[in-house]
Design a binder for this molecule. Structure first.
Ligand code: PMT
Length: 448
């Protein structure tokens, strides 16, 4: 089995602004996030998971680099093979010689390396790595990663690899809270790059707050968790996202303000839980998470056909797209000219994709979305029953900064005999919480 199918992205360590509703558990490990504080407890069920794993440790220039030697030792104790790449700033905090001694390997610092085979050390290292852990990851390096820079060995390796990348941020608390750092961090997470920490506590600068790198053993356990199968391992999930466009004439269409952010965030969270995710996406300007195939569609009919072509294979279907309910009966072949003071457009219903999936003889576990301004649960329950869904997530819309085309949302999730409120939060955090609820309900249904 290749590493891509063996590994599951980080399920436990993505930092939430609010703690997950139920917390996450696996193999004796329990982790809560609260105010970016991380508490870990673990037992010794993790033996051998890192044995022979090829881990490339990237060290960037922060004071926490002094912990890197200890981290290498801990990783090697677990049986991992470790190679170290340092930025030039990192070498100001800890010497390459120290890392060479503890790793038992030559340490790499230069992009142009005449000693590497074909002088392309970055490609060799990018291919060698099964996973890349960057610890500490400075604010500057997060920014580099978020914008695809390749002006040193480590950033170039990150661009050239197919291995999962994990960052362990470490910086002053104010730098961590800076809007640009948070935006970069969010951008990385949306691409499926995983984050371990940071933790809160006393910082080297004398301030107290969030920004400390996790301790070496916490990082080791984070990696161990990565190599464990996630709760949705082996489960196939189909997700619709974004708007549809219904053409009126060659230059005009009917659409809505959906950005696709909610659906794409759900794809990140489902993949992080170990699922094999496929996205059917209307026109959006987002990049799908690495490893998630995207079927791009234009209008509701295209989306219907793409979903129906895939759905027989799927275990879970999540309809986060804002599909147009109506389309013009006739598509004008030429641009409509201004003539009368009023223009009437005759519209007809589009196929209801969600209802069609739920009505299949053997439907997948089917989750709908709905956008409502009031009476969320009443409307949600009505849709749940009418469309025979397993679950529905209703958005609170009509509040500034929530719902359509925003980074935040709030959800009321309900199923036949229960419901849960997921208060205002980033779409990514909500997506993780939603996937946790879906996982529980899906597993319960699978038992009967
Ligand atoms: O994309 P973002 O900017 O991040 O915004 C996210 C969102 C607000 C679009 C998203 O969270 C959301 O609520 N999506 C569904 C919005 C919607 O159109 O709801 P609805 O009540 O019209 O439809 C109910 C359900 O039926 C939805 O799951 C929808 O995907 C599905 N549907 C609707 C019509 C149709 N023809 N086919 C469908 O499958």
């Amino acid at each position: 089995m290749g590493i891509a199918s063996n590994i599951h992205p980080l399920w436990y360590f993505t930092v939430f602004r609010d703690p997950p509703v139920h917390g996450y558990k696996n193999g004796g490990m329990l982790l809560y996030h609260s105010d970016f504080r991380t508490t870990l407890s673990f037992n010794n069920m993790n033996l051998n998971i890192l044995t022979d794993k090829r881990i490339l440790l990237g060290i960037t220039g922060g004071i926490a680099a002094y912990k890197s030697a200890e981290l290498v030792r801990r990783l090697r104790e677990q049986g991992a093979q470790v190679r170290v790449v340092m930025t030039s700033a990192a070498t100001e905090f800890i010497t390459p010689l120290t890392l060479q001694v503890v790793s038992g390997q030559r340490v790499h610092t230069e992009l142009l390396d005449s000693e590497a085979e074909a002088a392309m050390g970055h490609i060799e290292l990018a291919r060698w790595a099964e996973v890349i852990l960057i610890a500490p990851a400075t604010a500057d390096f997060l920014a580099k990663l978020a914008y695809g820079h390749a002006n040193d060995l480590l950033s170039t390796i990150c661009l050239a690899t197919v291995a999962p990348i994990i960052v362990a941020p470490a910086m002053n608390r104010q730098m961590w809270q800076a809007k640009s750092t948070q935006a970069n961090y969010m951008r990385l997470q949306n691409w499926g790059i995983h984050c371990l920490g940071p933790a809160a506590g006393l910082q080297a600068c004398g301030e107290t707050g969030v920004g400390r790198m996790l301790e070496p053993m916490e990082l080791v356990n984070g990696l161990i968790n990565l190599f464990k199968p996630g709760p949705l391992a082996g489960v196939k999930v189909l997700i619709t996202a974004g708007p549809t466009r219904e053409d009126i004439d060659p230059v005009r269409f009917i659409s809505n303000r959906s950005s696709g952010k909610m659906g794409y965030a759900v794809a990140v969270a489902a993949q992080a839980a170990g699922a094999a995710v496929t996205l059917v996406s209307g026109p959006v300007s987002l990049t799908a998470p690495v490893g998630v195939p995207v079927i791009s569609v234009y209008n509701a009919q295209d989306m219907f056909e793409a979903v129906m072509a895939q759905v027989d294979e799927m275990d879970i279907f999540i309809a986060a797209a804002a599909v147009a309910d109506y389309r013009p009966v006739q598509l004008a072949t030429h641009k409509l000219k201004k003539q009368e003071s009023q223009l009437q457009l005759m519209l007809e219903r589009t196929p209801d994709i969600l209802a069609a999936v739920a009505a299949l003889p053997q439907p997948p576990f089917t989750v709908g979305f709905a956008a409502e301004t009031n009476n969320l649960l009443d409307y949600a329950r009505d849709k749940l029953q009418r469309k025979k869904l397993d679950m529905i997530a209703t958005n609170q819309v009509g509040i500034t900064g929530l719902g359509f085309d925003s980074d935040e949302n709030a959800l009321s999730v309900c199923w036949v005999d229960g419901s849960v409120e997921l208060p205002r939060n980033s779409k990514l955090s909500l997506a993780y919480q939603l996937i946790e609820i879906i996982t529980q309900r899906y597993q319960r249904r699978a038992k009967f």
